[in-house]
Design a protein around this ligand. Structure first.
Ligand code: ZN
Length: 318
């Protein structure tokens, strides 16, 4: 039984109440040392039978015969344990061998519990303040699954979640390009880039090597006043924006711009294939300005950016 200095604890990742997290955490094999503990203080906010507060299971599961005899199934720990004494409230007096055996084990298991003068609460061992933060878990997951030398994607709030996911897929070469589809057995008329027809269409070509993409990056680089804003692949782009400059706000802006550029190029490619709408690089670069402006304007805290200034340079008014 895992224990803490203030009392028994429960590993919530193994708990039914966090089933979804449990599955995900189990998949990435970090369930052994990341947990949220139930710290029992005054014990008046934790259910004796139904919450998992001592041992690996609820007492209902561990002592089914006793649970059947319990008169108030939702009673709190403080209802049953007081000053080191057990205050049972049975419907009937335990008499059978099985019941007496369970009662003996149950009494031995819980009568060492001592309440302390604080409220019952959940404590997460990931953060120093004991509060569970999603972003801390996110960082842990990223670091624990990182390959040697791998650059982690900066998941930024300013960019829509679907764009973050898009970049993540691009970095893993998981976009449904002609090459990727062919590999999966899908027959296509041609695996060449539908825009330039110069090379096989893969993620790197679509987003960075295609003349269309290259031209868009050139326009965007000119607007950002960053010469040679060109990348070999998504990995290089992610690494670049993660390490660029010294101002975190400007770095965030450039991250949004680069993510937005890659997304716009991909969208233009899809528009051409599925709608036969061809977008020229200058217009695409303009749409990048517009899209990223909207993201930052509405998703960044206390952002007083104006469209005119933004068009002149995205970094002048941080
Ligand atoms: Zn191309």
């Amino acid at each position: 039984m895992p224990t803490t200095i203030n009392g028994p604890r429960v590993n919530i990742w193994k708990s039914h109440s966090m089933l979804i997290y449990n599955v995900k955490i189990h998949t990435i094999s970090i369930s052994d040392d990341i947990c949220v503990d139930r710290w029992i203080g005054t014990s008046d906010d934790t259910m004796f039978w139904l919450d998992r507060w001592t041992g690996g299971n609820t007492l209902k599961t561990s002592f089914p015969e006793m649970y059947k005899l319990e008169r108030h199934k939702h009673c709190k720990i403080s209802d049953r344990l007081n000053d080191g004494r057990c205050n049972w409230n049975w419907k009937e007096i335990p008499t059978t061998t099985e019941q007496l055996q369970e009662l003996h084990m149950l009494t031995n298991g819980v009568n060492t519990f001592q309440p302390v003068a604080q409220s019952d609460r959940w404590v997460c061992n990931l953060s120093s303040d004991g509060v569970f933060h999603v972003n801390v878990l996110r960082t842990q997951i990223d670091w624990r699954n990182r390959m040697p030398g791998e650059v982690l994607i900066k998941w930024t709030h300013e960019v829509l979640l679907k764009i973050n996911c898009f970049i993540w897929r691009a970095k893993l070469h998981r976009l449904p390009t002609a090459r990727a589809l062919t590999r999966r057995g899908i027959q296509l008329m041609s695996v060449l880039c539908p825009y330039c027809e110069l090379e096989e269409e893969d993620t790197t070509h679509v987003l960075f090597r295609c003349p269309l993409a290259s031209k868009v990056w050139e326009y965007v680089g000119h607007w950002c006043n960053i010469p040679h804003l060109q990348f070999q692949n998504a990995e290089e782009m992610v690494k670049y924006v993660t390490q660029w400059g010294t101002c975190s706000k400007k770095r965030k802006t450039l991250t949004s711009i680069c993510y937005g550029t890659a997304w716009s190029i991909w969208k233009a490619r899809c528009d051409w294939i599925f709608k036969k709408q061809r977008t020229m690089p200058p217009r695409l670069a303009d749409s990048v300005k517009s899209i990223v402006f909207t993201w930052i304007k509405h998703r960044r805290d206390r952002c007083n950016i104006s469209w005119i200034e933004w068009c002149v340079s995205p970094f002048t008014i941080m």
